[in-house]
Design a binder for this molecule. Structure first.
Ligand code: DX5
Ligand code: ZN
Length: 221
C-alpha cells in the first residue's frame, strides 16, 4: 500500500490549518513538514513552535524532514513538539548511529535523508537502526523543482540492499513527484511519496491527492 505525504511547504503558509484539513479530506497518510535552517540549505522555513501548533490541529502523523546543520541540537524539542517521524540528513550527521537511537528512544520513527549525490551504499551499516530512508529526488531547499531521474537507479540499489539484509526499512521519496514521475518512483521501490507542488499548487488539493494516489498505484495513467 503506497503512502502519500503531502508537503505543506507548498501550501498557503498563511492558512496551514486549512492545509491540514485538506490532507485529512484527501486521505493523506502523513503530513510532510520541511524544516530548513538557511545553512544546510539556503532557504528558511518553519520549526518547533509551528510544529507544536499543527500537532494540536490534526491526528495525522507528522513526518518531519530536518534540512538543518547539527540536527542533534534540537532533536529533543522536535520530538516533544509531536513529530511522529524524524529524518536527519546523512550529509550533516556524523554520529548517525546515536542520532537514530535518540529518535527511536523519543518514541518516533527514525529516518535518514540522502541528497541526490550521496550514494545509498553509505547506509549499508546503519539499515538495522533505521525505519525509513528519504531519497531526495531534487537538491533540497525548495519545492517545485524538477525530478532527477538518476535517483531511480539509486532507489533500486537501496531496495536490493534492504532485501539482502532482510531489514524492515521503508523507502520514501521527496522532490519533483507528480503526475509524470510518481509511478516510476513506485516501480523503483518507493513506498511513501512526498508531494508538495503537485498537491498544493493546484486548484483542488484534495482532488490532486486522490488522483496522485491512483497514479502511484497504477490504477490510472
Ligand atoms: C525540498 C523539500 C520537499 C519539497 C517537495 O527540499 O524537502 O519536501 O517541499 O516539493 P515538490 O513536491 O514540489 O518538489
Ligand atoms: Zn522534504
Amino acid at each position: 500500500m503506497i503512502k502519500l505525504a503531502p508537503s505543506i511547504l507548498s501550501a498557503d503558509l498563511a492558512h496551514l490549518a486549512l492545509a491540514l484539513e485538506q490532507c485529512e479530506e484527501g486521505g493523506a497518510d502523513l503530513v510532510h513538514f520541511d524544516v530548513m535552517d538557511g545553512h544546510f540549505v539556503p532557504n528558511l522555513t518553519f520549526g518547533i513552535p509551528v510544529l507544536a501548533a499543527l500537532r494540536k490541529r490534526t491526528q495525522l502523523p507528522l513526518d518531519v524532514h530536518l534540512m538543518v546543520e547539527a540536527p542533534d541540537r534540537l532533536l529533543g524539542s522536535y520530538l516533544d513538539a509531536g513529530a511522529d517521524r524524524v529524518a536527519v540528513h546523512w550529509e550533516v550527521t556524523p554520529h548517525l548511529d546515536s542520532t537514530l537511537r535518540r529518535i527511536r528512544e523519543g518514541g518516533a520513527r527514525a529516518g535518514v535523508a540522502v541528497n541526490p549525490a550521496t550514494p545509498v551504499e553509505y547506509l549499508q551499516d546503519v539499515l538495522a537502526h533505521l525505519d525509513f530512508v528519504v531519497m531526495m529526488s531534487v537538491n533540497p531547499g525548495f519545492s517545485g523543482q524538477s525530478f532527477l531521474p538518476h535517483v531511480l537507479d539509486k532507489t533500486r540499489r537501496l531496495r536490493e540492499m534492504i532485501g539482502a539484509q532482510g531489514a524492515e526499512v521503508e523507502i520514501e521519496m521527496d522532490g519533483g513527484l507528480g503526475r509524470g514521475t510518481i509511478r516510476s518512483a513506485v516501480e523503483a521501490g518507493v513506498e511513501t511519496c512526498v508531494a508538495g507542488s503537485a498537491v498544493f499548487a493546484t486548484p483542488d488539493p484534495v482532488l490532486a491527492m486522490t488522483s496522485l494516489r491512483r497514479l502511484a498505484s497504477g490504477e490510472i495513467e
